[in-house]
Design a protein around this ligand. Sequence first.
Ligand SMILES: Cc1ncc(COP(=O)(O)O)c(C=O)c1O
Length: 449
Amino acid sequence: MISTFPEGLEQLSPEASSLYKRDHLAIAGIEKLRFFPLALESARGSTLVEAGGRELIDLTSTWTAAGLGYGHPKVTEAVTKALQSPAGMGLSLVNPEVVALAEELLEIVPGPVGRKVYIGHSGSDACDVALRAVRFAFPEKHMIAFRHSYHGGLGLALGASGVHVEAGNSSPDPKVIFVDFPNPYRPKDHDPSALGSMEHSLSQIRLEFETKQISCVIVEPILDDGGLVIPPSGFLKELEAVCHKNGALLVCDEVKVGLGRTGLLHAFQHDGVTPDITCFGKSLGNGIPISATIGPPEILDHPTAATLLTTAGNPISASAARAVLKTIKDEELPARADEAGKRFIAGLKQLSCNTVGEVRGKGLAIGVELVSDRYDKTPAPAVAAATSYRAFQLGVAVFCVGSNVLEITPPLVITDAEIDRAIDILGQAISDAEHGLVPPEIFQSYTGW
Ligand SMILES: Cc1ncc(COP(=O)(O)O)c(C=O)c1O
């Protein structure tokens, strides 16, 4: 089959154009989610360096994987040291780095004594293991997940991801029930109060508990890939109460916005809950693959030898994660995320663009929802896709989620000067997109979600 290249590559440097074309020919589409043709040669802090040398401010952290910024010296130092003399490679050999990491996670994640930690490679397997272990313990029971949620691209995590099921990437699991996540910007039944959206969601959940046996509810503290939706304060607390009243487990997926991003170490802490099972990934390794699931031994100890990833629990990734946890603490990154997020949100709210329906966020997890009509709140996915593309041209990398929301999740080390410059560029990009400066045939050749 003849492969045609996406539109717009002629504007790139010869180096970037050549790299993008090689990627197009060699890398499989099944693992691509593109919004613009960015081909990199390197990155540092919050700066991406395109092949050919052009620099962009990164508002993605690569879907939050580079939470501490690219090439953080503390992580580089830890990984280099571990690589020089690794104690084994995982699975069947015990190494001190992974045991220490598990102990450190048990210390910083609230919950009862005696819990255990699964160490894996990616947020997907962390969530899959959580759900698989719960299903093994309660094979007959149903699980509750949320529409438009994202928990991973593998196994049960895939089957419990609203985004994947809705896109037809996974056949629906007959024992996973999807309910609405509370969205204060779009409350159900025309109830204008935030409480309305929360009550709507909770009543769906209570109804499921009344009519079925439920083993767990899996929830993202912020529905990020589904549109960076921030639930009303108190939602997780209510959810925890419903779960515990009915003997079900609360599984909290901190993979995307955990570890400092929301202004507290854990996003679930904003609601003062103690999840029964917590999943981490992405920024835990700051780009080095590692994930973790923490939960009760009666769940996570079984079935034994059932999640055999040969290099999971290896000392290189574990040392990266230990350096990440130490740096978050030493550099007080949750507090910095809180402060930086307030600056970012205040600046974005000043933008005078007609399509900005709402700017919302917690720390450095910020969404800008674009709508064609502010009264009806009609989503404007084409403006969002064009904005993302135009921002790339102007020097900012920003992705879209939930079809019409700009997802602003920069590295936690982003500086005030970078924030201010990014706000100016985003304002220009939205305005240019509103005025049709980016022809649809250009941004539509990047598949997006
Ligand atoms: C909330 C959440 N959970 C789990 C995952 C899966 O993580 P990964 O893609 O790193 O395996 C993601 C990825 O976007 C996510 O956003």
